[in-house]
Design a protein around this ligand. Structure first.
Ligand code: C2E
Ligand code: MG
Ligand code: MG
Ligand code: MG
Length: 286
């Protein structure tokens, strides 16, 4: 059963399919099957230290290897997973795969490698969210301090009281907390020093503003200055060019993530870049 939401609620990914109603029903059925058939994939995008080029962390991004439609990206199926109850199963599957994979790399000597996972608002709002997450980490024997959860500002504003308690429990357990797409939500800044937040991920729309003018960069400047003041780590998302990287580096942005260092890729590709020194390579150079 699908809730009556219009087609306009979907954000489409470049030139991939568009989902009409019939299509949606078949997609929902397929998504159920996908979980059984193990068609979900986790790709990893490096989070790179702006000063040293060293890979600090890996963000897990879910993909769906659909038998007919090919590789699907989150905007094609996450809204559907959230409307149906499939998001919980999907999230569990993603976390299991990512913890297994990155846990192996940590065990193989990359002790400080961080795994970043995105959480859906629906997961976080669940009363047993903290308990479930801790139990999963124990099951996968994944060290909590190697995990960073990414939540958006809107999740926080939904119920500040409850979220505050949940995040505190997780932080006490060692889990790091990042605000994803920072600057694009409907939130006050007040929560920043009241919640146990470790990282701000500056949304890619602001990084795009960094071109040649100081003007376009002023929001990034302000966010980074504020993060410095609050002693928060900053990750710039969507870094695509050398100019952006240089700008962010001189601004004192700690980490960068984006096509400049490569898109999210399957584990076997990432494994190759995890040499002993874990140096990320610029893949956009011509
Ligand atoms: P996000 O967490 O903000 O992830 C960043 C998105 O930007 C990813 O899209 C990534 O592939 C893309 N990206 C990375 N670098 C660049 C760049 O240099 N330029 C541009 N233009 N884009 C870049 P993706 O993988 O399609 O994911 C979209 C969103 O779906 C994510 O946004 C996240 O909110 C959500 N998502 C992804 N995986 C999961 C998951 O396992 N669980 C949940 N709940 N949400 C997920
Ligand atoms: Mg994210
Ligand atoms: Mg983001
Ligand atoms: Mg996003």
């Amino acid at each position: 059963h699908v809730k009556g939401k219009g087609k306009g609620d979907y954000r489409f990914y470049s030139d991939t399919m568009s989902i009409d109603t019939a299509n949606r029903l078949s997609l929902e059925r397929d998504l159920r099957l996908a979980l059984d058939r193990d068609e979900l994939r986790v790709h990893y995008q490096p989070q790179v230290c702006a000063n040293t080029n060293r890979i600090v962390g890996l963000e897990a991004l879910v993909r769906w290897q659909h038998p007919e439609r090919g590789l699907l990206y989150p905007p094609d199926f996450l809204p559907l997973a959230e409307e149906t109850k499939l998001i919980d199963d999907l999230s569990e599957r993603v976390l299991a795969k990512a913890c297994h994979q990155v846990g192996q790399w940590i065990h193989d000597g990359h002790d400080d490698l961080r795994l970043a996972v995105n959480l859906s608002p629906i997961q976080v709002e669940h009363p047993r969210f903290v308990h479930t997450l801790m139990e999963q980490l124990r099951t996968y024997q994944f060290p909590p301090h190697n995990l960073e959860i990414e939540i958006t500002e809107n999740v926080i504003m939904n119920d500040l009281e409850q979220i505050s308690q949940k995040l505190r429990e997780l932080a006490d357990y060692g889990v790091r907390i990042a605000i994803d797409d920072f600057g694009t939500g409907y939130s006050s800044l007040n929560y920043l020093h009241r919640l146990p937040i470790h990282t701000l991920k500056v949304d890619q729309s602001f990084i795009r503003g960094i071109r040649n003018s100081e003007d376009g960069a002023c929001i990034v400047n302000a966010i980074v200055a504020m993060a410095h003041g609050l002693k928060l780590e900053i990750v710039a998302e969507g870094v695509e060019t050398d100019a952006q990287l240089c700008y962010l580096r001189q601004l004192g942005c700690h980490q960068v993530q984006g096509f400049f260092y490569g898109p999210a890729q399957p584990a076997e590709f990432i494994r190759r870049s995890l040499g002993r020194d874990r140096l990320a390579q610029n893949v956009t150079a011509v």
